[in-house]
Design a protein around this ligand. Structure first.
Ligand SMILES: Cc1cc2nc3c(=O)[nH]c(=O)nc-3n(C[C@H](O)[C@H](O)[C@H](O)COP(=O)(O)O)c2cc1C
Length: 381
């Protein structure tokens, strides 16, 4: 069989990242994370000079298709999950807005990552900025191809993020998502709902129009236990209000859940999502487990060590959707690292998945490599 230009390009990419990876892994996961953000900041700064190069690499690596999920049509079935392009942390909204006003790049990767990697979910953004957790917050477990983090929703806050993206909306990709997280530490459901709606409204007011919004009910690395936000009652209120607010703007709402709820809780949530018009559920966020350095501190596990649990949760949600006839797509997320792990999720119904850790173990063109291994880019959509 004659190799295609895409096949050759991806094979070269695999070789190049295979050679670079041991050097990258000489740095701690935390150092490598900072290096990557600094690199993305530089890549954004080099645009538009870099755009043709990134665009050419993207076209060579990806075969365009049409993949449907959650009321959205994507040209690639692998979405970069929330957490990479979410921006710098700030202690106050005033400081974050001032940085945006000054023209600072408060969201490294906003321009370069989608151009190279395809569909991206920006965020999570919370209503108010957050500086994130101090100390070591990122780890990797190489034998299991896993990552662990307790970054703690570091972000500039919805208003500054919306102002930043709004000022650049002519340079945003045609299809992207925005992830809004519930406010950690807020126990009053009315206040929680108001903060989520204010967060969404900030993007709409700045004419930032994503193809979908994801409401993240599940960030595990914050001061509260996110399982509290994933009850049917709280979800009915906050998701109902968010779906209602977005219906006017014509943007579908997705919801992201954690991997550690009870089966009954997942079933109850699916019923609520169907009732209030949530179009897709992303399963799952990371799994809280003890950190390597301190067994008393937990951090969210992702990648290989999350995969089996994420598949089990996605399978349960998909079975409930099928049994009840709910119009809610299940978007797998958790340890999509190669063609096989992609197919495991795709078999549950939706061809669209999200990934994050694959970036660490496979490089920035991970989505193209995985699509190629799964045969998607040869068979077409
Ligand atoms: C460093 C890091 C930061 C993350 N930050 C967020 C976040 O801000 N919001 C969110 O919804 N998920 C966040 N996630 C979770 C990912 O979006 C994804 O759900 C999880 O990593 C599982 O996918 P994976 O196994 O492919 O990594 C983060 C993950 C990592 C590794």
């Amino acid at each position: 069989m004659i190799p295609t230009a895409r096949g050759v390009f991806l094979a070269l990419n695999r070789l190049a990242y295979g050679a670079a990876r041991p050097l990258i892994f000489l740095r701690t996961a935390q150092q490598a994370h900072h290096d990557a953000l600094a690199l993305l900041r530089r890549a954004d700064a080099l645009a538009p000079a870099l755009d043709p190069l990134l665009g050419a690499a993207h076209r060579l690596a990806f075969r365009r298709g049409a993949f449907q999920a959650g009321g959205v049509t994507l040209d690639s079935p692998l979405i970069l999950a929330a957490g990479l392009v979410k921006g710098d942390g700030f202690a106050s909204e005033e400081a974050a807005l001032a940085a945006v006003e000054r023209g600072a790049n408060v969201m490294p990767g906003w321009r370069s990552v989608p151009r190279l990697a395809g569909p991206v979910e920006f965020g999570s953004f919370t209503r108010w900025p957050r500086p994130g957790n101090p100390g070591t917050v990122v780890w990797r477990d190489v034998p299991t191809r896993s990552t662990q983090n307790r970054i703690g929703l570091r972000n500039p806050g919805a208003r500054a993020a919306a102002a930043f993206l709004g000022a650049r909306r002519d340079r945003l990709p045609p299809v992207y998502g925005i992830n809004i997280a519930v406010s950690p530490g807020v126990e009053d459901p009315d206040q929680q709902t108001r903060e989520v709606i204010d967060g969404l409204a900030a993007f709409v007011a700045n004419q930032v129009r994503p193809a979908w919004f994801t409401l993240n009910l599940s960030c595990p690395n914050t001061e509260d236990d996110p399982r509290g936000h994933q009850t049917a009652d709280e979800a009915r209120q906050v998701c109902g209000a968010a779906a209602g607010a977005l219906a006017a703007a014509g943007v579908p709402l997705w919801v992201k859940l954690g991997p550690n709820l009870s089966d009954d809780q997942y079933r109850g949530l699916m019923r609520v999502f169907a009732e209030v018009g949530v179009r897709a559920v992303v399963a799952t966020n990371t799994l809280p487990l003890p950190t390597p350095g301190d067994p008393n501190v937990t951090a969210g596990m992702a990648g290989g060590r999350l995969h089996a649990r994420a598949v089990a949760v996605a399978g349960l949600l998909a079975a409930e959707r099928d049994a009840q006839g709910y119009p809610v797509d299940v978007i797998g997320c958790g340890g999509v690292l190669d063609g096989d792990t992609y197919r495991t999720f795709a078999r549950l119904g939706a061809p669209v998945v999200q990934y994050w850790t694959a970036l660490i173990y496979r490089g920035l063109l991970a989505a193209a490599l995985i699509a190629h291994e799964a045969g998607i880019d040869r068979a077409g959509a």
